[in-house]
Design a protein around this ligand. Structure first.
Ligand SMILES: Cc1cc2nc3c(=O)[nH]c(=O)nc-3n(C[C@H](O)[C@H](O)[C@H](O)COP(=O)(O)OP(=O)(O)OC[C@H]3O[C@@H](n4cnc5c(N)ncnc54)[C@H](O)[C@@H]3O)c2cc1C
Length: 307
């Protein structure tokens, strides 16, 4: 199929941050062959390409991208019993809801994480305990450099906290995700997914101009972990402490640069108050990193991808 490549397309509306300039070229893709064709087109034009999916974990530069932006679109999946075979561009929530109606679930705590199944696999998205890795059987990915199509087992995906093999190897584009769910009561699954979304809304985790948590929860020295555990009366996981807790303790909750703010509800959400630029967001992130580092000696690393 001939691809419909568009020129000078504003990217801000395609991201939850609602920040950034235009793509020199943009193409929507719905299959592996579309992706192959798009990459070939970029190679012939000698321009770089960038992968965009749900746009919920990216910051687009203000000057835009002098590149071909390849946007994965379409809720395309099939299932056989408890096994789901989903196109990477499938919206995660749409899949959770639809599989729940068919009587398959177990992953309802992921309901409300914006974006696609492919994006979730790349960053091993998780919420309230479960992570997408808990449901992944296999991932199919296309190597943009060699054209190889390969199936990765769950262990080959090298999942860990907000990490997968694909994060370190951007030449591999995730095209399909095979998941295994459990048999559940349909009504119960719907109720659980709705309760999860309600909880997220109550905690102000939803519907904000942000990219979710801007920084990953860092590993911290034992004395900082002990301080966190004593104060919050919860056990640290893997020696990590919440970045939001550190940001608040470093006095950066509510800090602003231009139109960007370290959220008052969730200091680890950098929020676009309406007129923030990517430069504002990066300057605020830098300020927050420096404050946390100088107060606690802990480095914060971005979770959001800067395209
Ligand atoms: C309000 C809000 C709440 C959030 N809450 C959570 C949460 O609770 N837990 C959580 O883990 N995250 C959360 N996030 C972050 C975000 O939703 C997840 O990281 C999500 O999985 C990103 O998916 P996406 O499709 O939007 O990816 P995008 O933002 O489009 O892309 C993110 C990165 O992945 C790459 N990428 C995307 N698709 C592919 C692919 N198929 N192959 C290779 N690379 C790809 C892109 O190039 C980019 O580098 C939240 C975000 C927002 C805005």
């Amino acid at each position: 199929m001939a691809l419909n490549i568009k020129e000078n397309i504003p990217l801000a509306p395609l991201t939850t941050f609602e920040i950034g300039g235009s793509a020199k070229y943009l193409v929507s893709v719905r299959s592996e062959s579309d992706i192959r064709e798009a990459i070939q087109w970029a190679k012939e034009k000698k321009i770089p390409y960038a992968i965009l999916a749900g746009g919920s974990n990216v910051l687009v530069p203000d000057q835009g991208l002098d590149a071909l932006v390849i946007r994965l679109r379409g809720d395309l999946y099939g299932f056989s019993g408890d096994i789901v075979d989903a196109w990477a561009g499938t919206n995660l929530l749409a899949a959770i809801k639809s599989m729940g109606k068919q009587g398959y679930g177990g992953w309802e705590k992921l309901a409300g994480i914006p974006g696609t199944i492919g994006g979730a696999v790349r960053g091993n998205a998780g919420a309230f305990g479960p992570e997408i890795k808990d449901f992944v059987v296999r991932v199919r990915a296309l190597n943009a450099e060699t054209g190889e199509l390969r199936d990765f087992t769950n262990s080959e995906c090298d999942f860990s906290y907000r990490h997968s093999f694909f994060k370190d190897h951007p030449e591999w584009i995730i095209t399909r995700v095979i998941l295994q769910l459990e048999k559940v009561e349909s009504a119960e699954s719907t109720k659980l997914a709705e309760a999860t979304i309600a909880e997220r809304e109550k905690r102000h985790l939803q519907n904000v101009r942000a990219a979710g948590s801007f920084f990953m929860n860092p590993k911290a020295p034992p004395e900082i972990v002990a301080m966190f555990e004593k104060e919050k009366k919860v056990k640290s996981r893997e020696g990590r402490v919440p970045a939001g807790w550190l940001i608040e303790k470093a006095g950066m909750k509510g800090a602003t640069v231009g139109g960007a703010i370290a959220s008052l509800q969730h200091p680890n959400y950098i929020v676009n108050q309406g007129n923030a630029t990517a430069v504002d967001v990066k300057a605020l992130a830098d300020k927050v990193q420096k404050a946390v580092n100088s107060q606690f000696g802990v480095a914060l690393y971005e979770e959001a991808a800067i395209l």
